[in-house]
Write a protein that binds this ligand. Sequence first.
Ligand code: SAM
Length: 248
Amino acid sequence: MYAQTAKKPNPLLRNGAYGIVMKGVHFCTRGCASLRGRNSAPLCCIKLDTATDLCCGYGEMLKIWHEAFDIRGLGVDICSEFIEVGKKRIAENAISGITLIEADIFKWQTDEKFDYVCLSGEDFGGFQNTIELLEKYVKPNGKLIIGTRYSKVEVPPKELIEFEGETLPLIEINRIIRSKDYYITSMAADTQAEWERYIMWSAKRHLNDLRKSPENQSLREWCDKWYDMYFNYRRPYEGYVTVVIEKL
Ligand SMILES: C[S@@+](CC[C@H](N)C(=O)[O-])C[C@H]1O[C@@H](n2cnc3c(N)ncnc32)[C@H](O)[C@@H]1O
């Protein structure tokens, strides 16, 4: 297998709202020990878990976890528009216990440690770096939740890597996780239908931009290339998975 360098793809691809991921993590964290423990604990002993979602987008994942598990959460995202929309949704749903802040995670500082630390749909220098980044915020014995694209084949086509950046097969993702002394204890991969729904949401965003400036030739070419890449390389070789990892 050739070495993959982690590089950021076209920013147009980095557009948030991985509905599948949210659903996946909701599903795969549903049976966590924390919830089982809480169910059997006397009410007075209940201590709500805490989570932080770095690059939280609209903070939907925290919202879902709050609704499912009463989790208290802190979401951080660099995009003011996402944070504003997220805050509005939280207020509309009268949710307390979720805080969203606009910040660059590399400048944001906190002394707080969380039971769950999540990064989904964004990577900064590869899967190993992601683990190291999240570890800074996790309590001892806490869990990391990572959502990432993966390759469905052991050696992904170079064209896919050039277009998307690092796209590791699951066996390699697991190898990195084990090299950092973690084990995968929950995982949820997208179905084709879930991925397709996200992809077409993403495509419509590009097309909306093109609708606003139909004379923009480079945007038009980009949209055509995007569809070609999707059908030639992404659809057959790329999937999305969310893993929960923890140490023994
Ligand atoms: C593909 S979206 C994923 C959003 C969300 N985690 C999800 O799964 O729906 C990537 C997010 O990372 C955010 N982001 C990128 N670089 C960031 C940084 N340095 N600090 C904070 N957020 C960042 C973007 O604004 C965007 O919301």
